[in-house]
Structure formats: C-alpha cells, structure tokens
Ligand binder design. Structure first.
Ligand code: NAG
Ligand code: NAG
Ligand code: NAG
Ligand code: NAG
Ligand code: NAG
Length: 771
C-alpha cells in the first residue's frame, strides 16, 4: 500500500498535460488533414488544427469527430456530419478520398456519416484497408453496386451503409467474408432476388435490407438472429428460420403463404415478429402469443383467419400486439386485456369484445372475405360441390371491392404512426463508447442495454476515484490478488462501484484492451462503467490502470440455492430463469463482443444477484488481467496469456463450468470438487433413464422438488449432463443450452401446480457452508 499512496499524489491536471507515449506518425496526421480538405473543411472538423495531436486526447475530440490510436497509428476514425448534409461539390473525388484513407493502414473502425460523400465505392482502394472490422458509411450519396473489392476485407465484421443509393443485386460473393456478422443496407435501391449463398455465411447474425426493391423468396436464414426486410417486394413464401432468431421484421412485402406454425413454435428466443402489411392468408397461430421471449408481435393488415379463444395464454414478456385488420373471429384472449403497460390493437376484425374503441366488422364479413381468398372455414369444408362454388364466386366479386377499400384505408391510417422499430437505434447514444456498442455484433443485445439504466462508459479522473474510495482507504479495500487490489467506492452521484486497481508493466499497451472493456456491458454481466490511467510523472509511462465496474450487492447465487442464508431459496421456476440469465451473459461474452471472451472460469460464487434477483456474471476473462499476470511472472491462469481468447474449445470450457453451476442449481448442494461432479453425473445418468419421475425428483433440492414438472426436470438434467461431457466437442453450444432452458421454463410454466407461487419463500435449509 505504501507506494500506492505515493503515486496517487499525481493530480489529474498534470496528467492531461503529459505528452502521449507516442505521437501519431506524421504521414498519418497529414492524411487526416488531407481528408478534412477533401471533405471541404466541414464544420464538424473545426477543431482539427495543424498542431492537433490526434492520438493523445486533447480538446480537438468531439462526440461527432474523433480518432483512436494504437501506439503511433490510427485505428479508429469517426466523422459524423449533420443530418441532411447536401452532396459534396462536383469537384469531390471518391477515389481520391479512399486513396487517402488507405494511408491509414491500421484502421479498424470507420464511421463516415452524413458527409455528402457521393460516387461509387472504389473497391480496389477499399480492399487495401485490410484491417477494417467495423464500417458505417450511412446517410451519404453512394451509388453503384457493392464492389467486389469488399470481399477481400477478411476481418470485416460489420458493414452499415444505410440511407444511400446503392443498387444492383445483393452479390453472392458476400459469403467469401468469413467474419461478416452484421450487414445493414437499409433504404438503398437494391433489386432482384437475394443470393442463395446467404445461407452459407456462418458468422452472419444480423441482416437488414429494409426499404429496397428486393423481390422473390428469401433463402434459408438459419444462423440469423436479426432479420429486417421491411418494405420490399419479397414473397410469397415465409423464410426458413433457425431456432436462434430474435427479431424478424418482414412488414410491407408480398408474403402470402401462411405462417409456418410448427417452425415458429420452436423459436424460443424470438422477441419481435412483424409481418404486418403483407398478403398472408390462413390461420393465425395463436401459440405465437405465448412464445416465452416474445415482446412485439404485429400481424396487422393481412387476411389471417381463425377463432381466438378467450383463455389462450400469453408470454410474460409480451408488451405490444397488433392484430388489426385481419379476419379473426371469436373473442380476444383475456391475457391481452388484463395487463396495463401493454399495447394491444385489434380493430377491423370480427372479434366479440366489450371494447368499443376498436371497432369490429360484423362476423359475416370475415367469413365472406375468407371465402373470397379461398380459405374455407372449418365448418364449411364439407359442403363442397357446385352450389358452394357458385356462392363463392358471387361473394368473391363483392368482397374484392370491399377488401381493396379496407386495405387502402388501413394503410393510410397506419403510416404516420411511429413504429417502435426505431428503438434499435435510439439507445445508441452519441457518447464515445456507445458508438462502438451500437456496432456490437448482436444488435439485439444492445437493445437491452437501454433498459439497463447503467451510466454511459467513460474515463474517470484519479481525483474522482480517490473521492469515491476515501483516498483508497483500507476500509474500502475488498480484496487483493496477484493482479492488484479491489476497492468498493461510491461516486459523487451516489452510484456504488467496484474499482479494480492494476499495477502495469511499462511495456504494456492498453488502447485495444480499453476498447474491448468499454463493451463489457450487458444485463447479465457486472458491467464496466469506465477506466482511469495513472501516469508516472518522470517518464510519463502508465503505472496503474483502474477499471470501474458496477457494484452488485445482494449476495451470490450460491446464497440463494444451497445456502439459504437469507431464509429464501429460489423456486424451481426462478432457478431456471436465473440459469437462463447466466447463459445469456455467457452468450454475450462469446458472441456479443469482438473478440469474444472465453474460458471465463465461471463459478456459482461469482454469479452475483442484484436487488431485482437478476443474475450477473461477476468475473470474466479480461485479457489485460492475463497479461498483467505474465509480466509479473505470476501463476494462476491455465492458458498462455495473450492467446487466451483462442484457447481451443474455450467456449466449451465455459459450457462445462456452466454445467457444474447447473448441478448445484438442480441439487441444492454445494459442489466443490471434481469428485462430487463425477458422482452427481452418474446419479443424473441413471435418474434420466429411470421409468418414473421419483428417481429424478429425489436428486432435486428437496426445497423445490415437489413443484417441479418432470418434463422440466428432465430437460434441465439432460442439458446439464451434456454440458459436463468429457469431450469438449460433445458439449452443447450456448444457444442450444438457452433453447433447452427456455423450453424447460415453458413446460414448468404450463404445468405449474397450485403449490408453487413464484414469490413464495421456501423453508431455509441448514447446509454446511464451504467454498
Ligand atoms: C498552422 O496554421 C497556421 C494558419 O492556419 C499557419 O500560419 C502555420 O504556419 C501552421 N503551422 C504549421 C506548423 O504548419
Ligand atoms: C432514405 O435515404 C435518403 C437518402 O438516400 C434520405 O434522404 C431519406 O430520408 C431516407 N429515408 C428514410 C425513410 O430514412
Ligand atoms: C423495382 O423493381 C421492379 C422490377 O423488379 C421494377 O419494375 C420497379 O420499377 C422497381 N421500382 C423501383 C422504385 O425502382
Ligand atoms: C379454452 O376453453 C375451451 C372451452 O371454453 C376449451 O375447450 C379449451 O380447451 C380451453 N383452452 C385452453 C388452452 O385452456
Ligand atoms: C451509423 O451511423 C449513424 C449516424 O451516425 C448512426 O445513427 C447509426 O446508429 C450507426 N449505425 C450503427 C449500426 O452503428
């Protein structure tokens, strides 16, 4: 602690005056000034003066224009002009612009939006930017086809070029970009059908091609999590989707075949489905309402038929439902009426409802319309023959006129409404790290961030951290390990935080780590809030790095499972939803950030619970920690530092650790040795093959076993065993785990016996406490 106190004497003021460890290479600074000139000295770059030291902070940085460096080279360039920028003058040359950009050879992240750039993208020049990972060139005037040169960008993960005038067909060579995860070309002029090769892109997670002029059927899209194809001319067949899909927007197309109820019923991760404004006919699968993750469902403006039943059930996450302008009969499910905070629209159907504000057609209307589009209602199916045929034809003529009018009116009425689809973009605030966050691979995860309510990531001053910890008083010290100390503190606005102090080696460089740490924010992680560097006054090297995290203070998961210290143990249903939360955290660590974090040494005691009982993964494999270890010659990490992200089967190591956590969740007994794991595995194995449920329920924590459905128990046990497979390649993927847990939650829910209320405290169980 002694040298600590000494180093902390440095004030922030002196820090910001220190020269950067390395100034930007002069040739790169020149390139940046040249770019400014080619852009016609836009106001957004008014702070770039000829003495700007681009790599070392300073006042030239604004939220709309900034540069990040790694050592003496630019790795990120962000220039965001004002919305509505006019095209640059005819003297502008896109070739010259990209030639100049290619003099920044280490560029990884590039944002050039609302700058009036015009012309065809020059493929040859772009292909020289070999390190590009994330590109956003939205809201310019780029035209022509996507150039083949793009396919040579082997590291490209995100390409966003919304609101341009790019045309032609979506090229088949996109499949040659092995890492491409996010492709967004909203509001361009793409035409024709989509290439079949889209199904061969294993990394692709998010495909946004809304508001183009695409037609034909979609290829199989089984890897995708986010699909937005709104406002094209696609159809008639609904695409094949995978089980991992989270958001599907197909509004305003020409889909007309029915919805594949069986396929959609297995989409347990589906949060948003919007098929409004198409030509769908056939029965509306009411089971969509009860999908466990579903939040937003719109089928408005189609010809869905079917009799709704008042007792149909709804998923608990559902908050927006639009059934308007279809041919539905029966009564509105009670679960849609009851809840406040839910938006439910259902006008212009033939439902019987007590709500006059959403007017309905008389029921013969729906019947006739259904006949007109060739759907014979159940009861009428047997009456075939010439007579029915004549009736149908007569009705058809009349109904077509009516339906054309209805569709027209409905469309007009719907247009001005703000569609909640905007939400995806809104949460990406303009603060520095959020720009990166908005690009994160799994856009749907970022959606959740907004609801998190955690403050934006930022850099802290040492003074702030001193104030927060009472000058790093011993009383604030929470613990200490080979990496450094951990303190508890409270920011001036009252936010409680955990501060990790890391002593660092002179030769280390942090920029790329900070970039990644700033992305470690998720509902199910103890999230990063910021960092602070401490410099040595003599040679201006970094001596300490402080990482600021959320402080989660409601105990760990073991305390709610095997040690019922608070006298409250989680019910079976709560255990499953907690496990789902942990799995979602793991999914984010693996796939929600780039590069993913693997081999996180997950333990039940590191799963922290917040005041709302939301589980958060409390420690994970931050690369900077493993490097600090190396430089200190410390032991502890099982894997070679620096390559830690590439541990073979690193993801499967986490699945094993998750399996051990599940074992404890199931059995309610603390599991702390490999021996215990092996014992439990054998017991699970034989319980799973046993005939009746009794052998299984004997293995489950007696505090909850009475209220478990056998299907639910069996599903959790099976996935637990698979996670614990000896051979890493035999272990399931995190998506597979999530799917099964969601399933287990669903069957438990369906069969929930009256004995278990989700909030009822169960008896405290005396258990030996050891870790
Ligand atoms: C910086 O710019 C000013 C005017 O904008 C000019 O007079 C001066 O020579 C420039 N300095 C260098 C080092 O280029
Ligand atoms: C579509 O892009 C054009 C520019 O190409 C822009 O002017 C227009 O506002 C965009 N439309 C929407 C709905 O965003
Ligand atoms: C859309 O594509 C079709 C052909 O597929 C063409 O006839 C139509 O003019 C296009 N519309 C626009 C607005 O480009
Ligand atoms: C709903 O109630 C009807 C009788 O009114 C019954 O036939 C049907 O099985 C019930 N459905 C569900 C899901 O409970
Ligand atoms: C791309 O840039 C625009 C304008 O700065 C921004 O609104 C949008 O969120 C960015 N898109 C992504 C996916 O980062």
């Amino acid at each position: 602690m002694g040298d600590h106190a000494l180093l902390i004497l440095l004030s922030v003021a002196s820090l910001s005056l220190l020269p950067g460890a390395m100034p930007l290479q002069p040739s790169q600074a020149w390139s940046l000034f040249k770019l400014r000139q080619l852009l016609g000295d836009p106001p957004v770059l008014g702070t770039w003066r000829n003495y700007t030291d681009f790599c070392y902070g300073g006042d030239y940085k604004t939220a709309s224009a900034f540069v990040e460096c790694y050592e003496d080279s630019v790795t990120q360039l962000h220039i965001m002009g004002e919305p509505g920028a006019r095209p640059l003058p005819t003297t502008f040359s896109i070739d010259a612009f990209f030639t100049t950009l290619s003099r920044l050879p280490d560029l990884k992240v590039l944002t050039l939006t609302n700058l009036g750039l015009w012309g065809p993208l020059p493929g040859g020049k772009i292909s020289r930017l070999q390190k590009l990972e994330i590109v956003n060139v939205s809201s310019n005037y780029l035209y022509g086809e996507l150039p083949r040169g793009l396919s040579q960008l082997g590291s490209l993960q995100t390409l966003v070029a919304d609101h341009n005038m790019l045309g032609g067909k979506l090229p088949g060579w996109l499949k040659d970009m092995p890492l491409l995860a996010v492709l967004s070309l909203r509001n361009n002029t793409l035409q024709g059908t989509l290439p079949e090769s889209l199904k061969d892109m294993p990394s692709l997670r998010s495909l946004v091609l809304a508001s183009n002029n695409l037609s034909g059927n979609l290829p199989e899209l089984s890897n995708l999590q986010v699909i937005d194809m709104a406002n094209n001319a696609l159809g008639p067949k609904f695409p094949r989707l995978g089980r991992k899909v989270a958001s599907v927007v197909l509004a305003g197309n020409k889909f007309s075949d029915g919805l594949p109820a069986d396929m959609l019923a297995s989409c347990y991760l589906l949060e948003r489905l919007d098929v409004s404004g198409n030509r769908f006919v056939g029965p509306f699968p009411a089971a969509l309402l009860s999908l466990p993750s579903m939040e937003y469902l719109s089928i408005a403006g189609n010809r869905f038929t079917g009799r709704l039943s008042g007792n149909a059930s709804c998923g608990e996450n559902l908050r927006f439902v639009d059934l308007s302008s279809n041919l539905l009969t029966g009564s509105l499910p009670g679960c849609l009426l009851a809840a406040p905070g839910k938006t439910v629209l259902f006008s212009a159907n033939c439902l019987s409802t007590g709500d006059d504000s959403q007017s309905q057609h008389p029921s013969p209307f729906c019947r006739n319309q259904a006949l007109a589009v060739g759907i014979v209602p159940e009861q009428g199916r047997k009456k075939s023959g010439a007579k029915a045929g004549v009736v149908a034809v007569i009705v058809l003529v009349g109904a077509l006129v009516v339906s054309a009018a209805v569709v027209f009116v409905v469309r007009k009425a719907r247009l001005p409404k703000a569609r909640p689809a905007r939400r995806l973009v809104e949460h990406a605030s303009s603060a520095y790290p959020s720009n990166l966050l908005a690009d994160a691979r799994y856009i749907s995860q970022t959606v959740k961030l907004g609801a998190l309510g955690i403050p934006a990531y930022r850099s802290f001053s040492l003074v702030e951290l001193e104030a927060a910890t009472d000058n790093f008083q011993v009383s604030s010290l929470m613990g200490q390990d080979a990496h450094g100390q951990m303190y508890r503190g409270r920011l001036s606005n009252g936010t409680p935080v955990t501060i990790r102090s890391l002593k660092v080696n002179k030769s280390q460089s942090f920029t790329r780590h900070i970039e990644m740490i700033s992305k470690l924010r998720h509902r199910h992680l103890v999230s990063a809030l910021g960092h602070c560097f401490q410099y040595n006054l003599d040679d201006s090297t970094v001596t300490h790095l402080y990482l600021v995290f959320e402080y989660v203070h409601n105990g760990n998961l073991r305390g709610r499972i095997s040690q019922g210290t608070e006298g409250r143990k989680l019910s079976w249903g709560q255990r499953i939803s907690t496990a789902i939360g942990v799995a979602k955290g793991i999914q984010f660590l693996h796939g929600g950030i780039i590069p993913g974090l693997f081999a996180n040494n997950l333990k039940i005691t590191n799963i922290l619970m917040d005041q709302n009982q939301v589980p958060k993964i409390g420690s994970y494999n931050i690369p900077i920690l493993s490097e600090t270890m190396k430089s200190e010659g410390g032991a502890g990490s099982k894997y070679p530092p620096d390559r830690i992200c590439r541990v073979p089967n690193g993801d499967k190591i986490d699945m094993y650790d998750f399996g051990v956590i599940l074992l404890e969740v199931i059995s309610g007994r603390p599991i702390s040795s490999l021996y215990e794991v092996e014992m439990m595995k054998e017991q699970l194995q034989s319980a799973l093959t046993a005939q009746g449920p009794s052998k299984r329920s004997n293995l489950v924590d007696p505090a909850v076993s009475k209220a478990c459905s056998d299907d639910s128990m069996r599903t959790v046990m099976e996935i637990c065993l698979r996670c614990l497979a000896k051979e890493p390649t035999q272990r399931p993927s995190v998506e597979d785990v999530l799917w099964n847990l969601q399933f287990a939650a669903q069957v438990q829910d369906d069969s929930r016996s009256s004995e278990e209320s989700p909030l009822s405290p169960s008896q405290p169980h005396a258990q030996s406490a050891h870790d």
